[in-house]
Design a protein around this ligand. Structure first.
Ligand code: CU
Length: 69
């Protein structure tokens, strides 16, 4: 299992949090996802053999948020 923290500076409310957690959390290979609105970060635990980090980042961007890190 790989754990990563990414910066999502445009996240600002509970709606952002639930949108991102829902989208990333439903991806195959992702086991846990936690968005911090106060820190504007997303923590993702995923199986590197099942999903690539670039795919996770693409899903975040598809929800309308820039992602860094
Ligand atoms: Cu929001």
């Amino acid at each position: 299992m790989t754990q990563v923290q990414l910066q999502v500076p445009e996240v600002h409310c509970g709606h952002c949090k639930s949108s991102l957690e829902g989208a990333v959390g439903s991806m195959g290979g992702v086991s846990t996802v936690e968005v911090s609105v106060s820190d504007a970060t997303i923590d993702v635990a995923y199986d590197e053999g099942a999903v690539e980090l670039d795919s996770i980042k693409a899903t975040i961007e598809e929800q309308g948020y820039a992602v860094f890190g």
